[in-house]
Ligand binder design. Sequence first.
Ligand code: AKB
Length: 317
Amino acid sequence: MPSKILVIGACGQIGSELTYKLREIHGKSNVIASDINTRKLDLVNSGPFEIIDAKNFNAIKDCCKHHNIDTIYLMAALLSATGEKYPMEAWDLNMNSLFHVLNLAKGGVIQKIFWPSSIAVFGPTTPRNQTPQHTICEPTTVYGITKQVGERWCEYYHSKYGVDVRSIRYPGIISHKTMPGGGTTDYAVEIYHEAIKNGKYDCFLSANTSLPMMFMDDAIKATVDLMEASAHDLTIRSSYNLSAISFTPKDIFESIMAHLPDFEITYSPDFRQNIADSWPSSIDDSVARTDWNWKHSFDLDAVTKEMLVELDKKHGV
Ligand code: AKB
């Protein structure tokens, strides 16, 4: 029997592209997209869609029962920058939605969960370069705290109740299809849009702030591969370190300049600079590479080429 999947937060940056990919793999009717509203009409109209507030246990449970769901991808969350503005809302959404799906799995309503964690679980006391899988995690953002605590709960539900929950610590994700919202790594998407639309960008991080990043295609592939991996091969039930490229705003600017020589950048670091400074600059993901053969494909120049070509089709004159 094909898997029946529910994606919660399907209108978000990763959720929307993941939904399209899962529908390609499992068939349209086997992937139910859901979000709190219908803000992304192309996605809403592309297959079965339900309005679900991720904080509402009964709404998730009813949907699972109605559609015979066996697998949930919980993609709804408030990210790092928004979480600092609305700490209690971030705690409420990020934690309660996770408990809802973990408890549905514990109660046998569903069999498998994907839940995204983030490089935000790390903090200023974490080794910054090639951050290991197992290391100090003392996050300083509300978002980071929710992800770190969430990881502990995932591991707990797996070891105590046998829940098959799988997770990745996503770096910043770059895509031309959907805008990110409320993150510290969002500059790495905005910069391409502004390069095409206005030929200049005022960056909210300083020139030499290095952060781990990844192209969306790699992130989706990692997510699908982890969920398809044999449970016996998985040694991590908190969340896997995952890495592709690391670069600074200056690096990305130079990579864009190679195609658009008149592009200009200025730097006006704001409160997000402190968040970025507390995160690793590069990640050691050797455990993911060993356990389920993770390998990235896109380097910075490949990302830039793809972004500029696709955004030129969208915004170009
Ligand atoms: C953010 O910047 O908050 C996110 C993340 C790294 O999890 N993109």
